[in-house]
Design a protein around this ligand. Structure first.
Ligand SMILES: Cc1cc2nc3c(=O)[nH]c(=O)nc-3n(C[C@H](O)[C@H](O)[C@H](O)COP(=O)(O)OP(=O)(O)OC[C@H]3O[C@@H](n4cnc5c(N)ncnc54)[C@H](O)[C@@H]3O)c2cc1C
Length: 469
């Protein structure tokens, strides 16, 4: 058996097109050549069929909340991805669909000449929708390959209850999967003449310098500014990883819960957009920790156990932006307290514009507005306070997803759903009863004040020079 097979789902039962010109890899999540199991599977199929490999990546104006921040981050990854693929003899077609009137069927047109189609298995947002709707509409095999998780999602046969139930299985399986994936280029190099002419004319050249004008030419929301410090792409992801190893990993276990100390990796946007693999990060961290006699367990717990718990949740709970998916105890306690008086409430616009009475909460929201993410510890506080200050918990849930969808560079991810739903009790346990929250865990300003340096964090957020590196 090919070692990649446990990662592969065959989502239709069409035979390969034996006279096809190429194998098609439709990149929807893993925008990189290294540690990319979907790309490796596509190379394997290309070699088996003695044809070259074509990679197709599209960026449309029509995904929910498409805006300058998200578009720019994705486009920043394109030039180096293209250069890496070209060097390896793999074809690459990038298509920017600027307006709803532009063609929206390139993947189908490319599939008409392909032996088989390979794509990413990513259990949320548009990718999950595509992987449900496209397979029956192509005449070739449609393979979805999990390159997001280190231990493949397919290994888990059901939805895990919490971290403690999935952790033993992940630790048992890990030695099998936590291994480098060497990149082997396909044996038949790409030949540009194979690209169907009508598709070739849709190609959008992208270079670092043309990104602003490309973004400006799209019919998307132009009011969301770029992140102050997060630039997209694999090189950028790797330099953050190096910085994390050299100056943060040794402090991670003590200081990752202290936002002003900046001890975390800031890699979540790069993991989300597939500019770097969790596998590459985990291997680098493990090797660095061994060489420098550091303990990396806390970091690897977040990167592997917590992150893969989130993928497990999305895999088994596809429509998850609702409180209906929560365990019984959460729904019962929320129902019991639904009519509790709420002394302070804010509208969506007040939350969005960071106009609450709480300077810490406002700073966390400002971090989201300017950077495109919030430090993990304060993100919990951010969510808990939206619950406390919204007229209903349903409205609080909508506010959190909405803000993530527009502003978060790591949003629309399995971690978005579990992070937000964790505030409502998912993967948590009952605590002592209190107003509004019932048995859901509560977080207070005084607790944050005791445990973290709020003033230092607020100064960093306010400072125009604040950067994450
Ligand atoms: C309300 C709320 C919303 C959240 N929304 C998102 C989101 O949209 N996208 C997102 O990636 N994470 C989200 N999280 C989880 C967590 O806050 C972020 O993953 C983390 O802050 C990312 O920062 P980092 O890369 O510096 O993390 P590090 O501490 O350096 O951790 C490394 C990686 O491990 C993973 N990780 C870390 N903490 C968690 C966690 N609690 N659960 C699952 N995986 C984790 C992430 O992939 C992260 O990049 C949310 C948490 C909450 C409470």
């Amino acid at each position: 058996m090919n070692a990649l097979e446990p990662r592969v789902q065959t989502l239709n039962n069409r035979p390969p097109r034996t006279d096809g010109d190429y194998v098609l890899y439709w990149v929807q999540a893993n925008r990189r050549t290294e540690s990319n199991h979907a790309l490796a599977w596509a190379v394997h199929l290309a070699n088996l069929n003695r044809v070259p490999l074509l990679v197709y990546e599209g960026l449309t104006c029509s995904y929910p909340d498409a805006n300058d921040r998200l578009h720019t981050f994705i486009l920043e990854g394109v030039p180096e991805f293209q250069a890496d693929l070209t060097r390896a003899g793999i074809g690459y077609l990038f298509y920017l669909r600027r307006t709803p009137a532009d063609p929206n069927n390139l993947v189908y047109r490319l599939a008409e000449k392909a032996v088989a189609l390979v794509t990413d298995d990513f259990p949320t947002f548009n990718v999950a929708d595509h992987n449900r709707s496209v397979p029956s509409r192509v005449e070739i095999p449609y393979y979805a390959v999990d390159s997001s998780c280190i231990v493949p999602m397919n290994v888990h046969e059901k939805r895990a209850w919490a971290a403690y139930t999935i952790r033993p299985k992940i630790h048992r399986e890990l030695p099998l999967w936590l291994k480098p994936l060497p990149f082997t280029p396909p044996s038949v190099p790409w030949n540009e003449a194979l690209l169907p002419c009508d598709v070739a004319e849709c190609r959008t050249p992208v270079s670092r310098t043309t990104i602003p004008e490309l973004v400006a030419s799209c019919a998307i929301n132009h009011t969301i500014p770029l992140s102050k410090s997060l630039r997209g792409g694999t090189t950028e992801a790797r330099s953050r990883l190096q910085h994390f190893l050299a100056s943060r990993l040794s402090r991670y276990s003590k200081e990752s819960g202290q936002p002003s100390k900046k001890a975390t990796s800031e890699l979540s946007p790069y993991l989300h957009f597939g500019h770097i693999a969790a596998l590459e990060v985990a291997l680098a961290v493990r090797a660095y920790a061994a060489e420098h006699k550091l303990v990396a367990d806390e970091f690897l717990e977040e990167l592997i156990v917590r992150r893969e718990l989130a993928f497990n949740f999305s895999r088994w709970t596809p429509k998850n932006e609702t409180l209906e998916v929560l365990p019984d105890w959460c729904r019962k306690t929320m129902a019991k307290h639904a009519n509790d008086p709420r002394p302070v409430t804010y509208t969506f616009e007040q939350f969005l514009s960071a106009q609450t009475h709480d300077p810490l909460w406002n700073a966390t929201q400002l971090e989201m507005l300017t950077e495109g993410k919030i430090h993990g510890y304060y993100r919990m506080y951010w969510g808990k306070k939206i619950m406390e200050w919204s007229p209903t918990l349903d409205e609080a849930l909508r506010t959190m997803f909405r803000i993530h969808s527009i502003y978060a560079l790591d949003g629309r991810d399995p971690n978005t759903a579990t992070g937000i739903l964790w505030c409502f009790g998912l993967h948590d346990r009952p605590w002592s009863e209190r107003p509004i929250f019932g048995q859901l865990r509560y977080m207070s300003y005084d607790g944050m004040k005791r445990k973290t340096d709020i003033a230092a964090y607020i100064r960093q957020i306010d400072s125009p020079q604040a950067t994450l590196l």
